[in-house]
Structures are given as C-alpha cells and as structure tokens.
Write a protein that binds this ligand. Structure first.
Ligand code: GDP
Length: 206
C-alpha cells in the first residue's frame, strides 16, 4: 500500500545538499503551473505538503518528501522518497536561471543511482510543448526512465482524453527513456491518482 502521511525533509539548492543515497526515489517534473503541487498533495493525502504557490523565480530546489515516522537512519530507511523538482518553462525566466535549472536537474538525474523514475507532468490543455521536448531529451541523455502524466483532465472534454493520450504516445515514441504508457489524472476530481500510486510502487520495486 502507498504510505501516508508524508513529511518534507529537505530542500536541495545544489548537489552538495542532497541526502545520501538511501531509499528508492521517484521525481516529479513539469512546466510551472502544470499542477505538480496539487498532484503530489493528492498522491500523498497530505494537505499542503507541496506548496501550491507559484512565485516565478522562487528558489530552485529539489524538495524531498518521505513517509512520516522514519528516522532516516540506516536501520530505519523510509520505503521511498518523492522529489519535487523545480518547475520549468516560465516565459520570463532569465537565461542564467534556466541554465541553473538545467545544471541542477541534469547533475541530479545523471548521478542519482537510487532514482527509479521521473514522472513528467503535462497539462492536458496544452499537450507536449517545446520545453517539455527539451526536458525529455535531457532525461534520455541522462538515461533516466520517465513516464508522462497528463494533469487537469477535468479541464478538457471527456471524449478528448483518449485522443490526447494517443497524441502524447506519438510524441514520446522516439524517446528511448520514455515509458510507453501515459497516465491521465485530475487532482481536482481524484482521477488517475490510484493508478499513479500503483505505478510508483511498481517502478520502485524493479
Ligand atoms: P504547480 O505550479 O505545477 O505546482 O501547479 P499547482 O499545483 O500550484 O496548480 C496550478 C494551478 O492549476 C492552480 O490554480 C490549481 O488550482 C490548478 N490545478 C491543479 N490541478 C488541477 C486539476 O486537476 N484540475 C483543475 N481544474 N485545476 C488544477
């Protein structure tokens, strides 16, 4: 079963602040405003865990969450950790912020042997954008397994969801590290959340 409740353990502004490699971890990435905080909060059944604020240019940190009640010592490692990656794609972000983001994220992706999968969140209303494509290339280059998760499906017509899934699958086909299945979710309606939990438990078990 998926653990709950969860706690925030640390914000990581640069790699030297990463916790030592321990439990398997999965990370969440997506454009600013994609609904990442809402999805994480729905997933962990812990209100307000991930901050749903979106101040552009706020500190770029990898935020670590673990199930509550684990000391994190060698004898009491949590079963998994969730990593909330800083959002990308904010139109007015200065180039050095973007470069900073890319460096932090790429170094993390490439070096983290306990990272089992990245969930790449895509807003159902927008589909895959150019900067999502760039991030997919980064993930391919780092050889990190990733899976696309559609967010806010309640914002589009129900009949459009299967079509969007097909279009998204077509968009990831040529990406070697992309998992060839897409999960459709709505944090607002609680759709696809249990499916995502099951996918995470499966991803960390391999
Ligand atoms: P983040 O910047 O990726 O962390 O995005 P947030 O979780 O803060 O969400 C951005 C905006 O989208 C907020 O106004 C949320 O209320 C809204 N939102 C998030 N998830 C959903 C959803 O599943 N359905 C709808 N309709 N709105 C959502």
């Amino acid at each position: 079963p998926f653990p709950a409740p969860w706690v925030f353990i640390r914000g990581v502004p640069s790699l030297k602040f990463l916790p030592p490699e321990g439990p398997p971890e999965v990370a969440f990435a997506g454009r600013s405003n994609v609904g990442k905080s809402s999805l994480i909060n729905a997933l962990v059944k812990t209100k307000g865990l991930a901050r749903t604020s979106n101040t552009p240019g706020r500190t770029q940190e990898l935020n670590y969450f673990v199930p509550d009640g684990h000391a994190g010592t060698r004898d009491d490692l949590p079963p998994l950790a969730l990593v909330d990656m800083p959002g990308y794609g904010y139109a007015k972000a200065p180039k050095e912020k973007v470069d900073e983001w890319t460096r932090l994220v790429f170094d993390y992706l490439r070096g983290r042997s306990t990272l089992k999968r990245v969930y790449l969140l895509i807003d159902s209303r927008h589909g895959l954008k150019a900067n999502d494509e760039e991030v997919m290339q980064l993930l391919d280059k780092a050889a990190v397994s990733y899976q696309v998760v559609l967010t806010k499906t309640d914002k589009i017509k129900e009949a459009g969801v299967p079509r969007l899934i097909e279009a998204t699958l077509a968009g990831i086909r040529r990406h070697p590290a992309a998992f060839p299945e897409v999960i459709a979710t709505s944090s607002e309606r609680g759709l696809g959340i249990e499916e995502l939990r099951a996918a995470i438990m499966k991803a960390i078990s391999v």
